[in-house]
Design a protein around this ligand. Structure first.
Ligand SMILES: Cc1cc2nc3c(=O)[nH]c(=O)nc-3n(C[C@H](O)[C@H](O)[C@H](O)COP(=O)(O)O)c2cc1C
Length: 193
């Protein structure tokens, strides 16, 4: 990441913050700096997202992150993502699993886990039958949901992540956002006739 990203200490989540969260965010169509394109090979995180939080995430490598320096804010973003097969992938994903799917992305230091490195972790809103390490991922970031927060309990973080997923689905369900599912940035997953 470049030095333009703000690195102030995280705000602590409070119950009143969750109660006042809007269920839909951002303008009716994405405004600059969105859309932001990210892509790279899927990397392993620490694995706590799936085990501890019920929310598996796929990390993007550091080299994929400079594009996010235009936003200057750590926190949770929403958009669409697509897993694309590589020649050496050891198992096949279904056609649905390689389609363009809604995603939430956490960009930051995960203060709850006190990480020492900035990461971009993407959770795709779909039940995958197997993991997709060894695949590539493309993500189109279309808007911002909330700042990254610290939490006094794992349950409070899980509650907020669940709300992030619903906010992302509501926000992406607007016509101007839906058009990005067929953006040329994404690969067509229809095999040639
Ligand atoms: C939608 C979403 C929102 C998140 N929000 C926060 C947050 O506000 N604060 C935080 O410390 N971590 C947040 N996280 C990050 C989790 O702490 C992270 O996924 C966890 O560290 C697991 O990472 P790992 O699988 O690399 O171990 C969020 C993750 C997601 C997917």
């Amino acid at each position: 990441m470049t030095s333009t990203t703000v690195t102030t200490s995280p705000l602590v989540q409070t119950k009143s913050f969750r109660l006042t969260r809007p269920s839909i965010v951002g303008p009716d169509s994405p405004e600059p700096p969105f859309p932001i394109q990210l892509s790279g090979p899927v990397q392993r995180g620490f694995g706590r997202g799936g085990k501890d939080l019920g929310c598996p995430t796929a990390n993007l490598p550091d080299e994929s992150l400079p594009a996010m320096s235009t936003v200057t804010k750590t926190g949770v973003y929403y958009g669409f993502a697509q897993i694309t097969p590589r020649a050496n992938a050891d198992h096949a994903l279904s056609k649905e699993e390689t389609s363009v799917l809604p995603m939430v992305m956490s960009l930051g230091w995960n203060p709850f886990y006190k990480n020492e490195r900035m990461t971009a972790e993407i959770h795709i809103l779909h039940e995958f039958k197997s993991d997709f390490y060894g695949y590539d991922m493309k993500a189109l970031v279309l808007g911002y949901i909330r700042p990254e927060l610290d939490y006094t309990s794992r349950e409070a973080l899980v509650d907020d992540i669940n709300m992030d997923k619903q906010v992302a689905l509501n926000s992406l369900d607007r016509p101007a956002y839906q058009t990005y599912t067929s953006d040329p940035f994404f690969a067509s997953n229809t095999p040639p006739q």
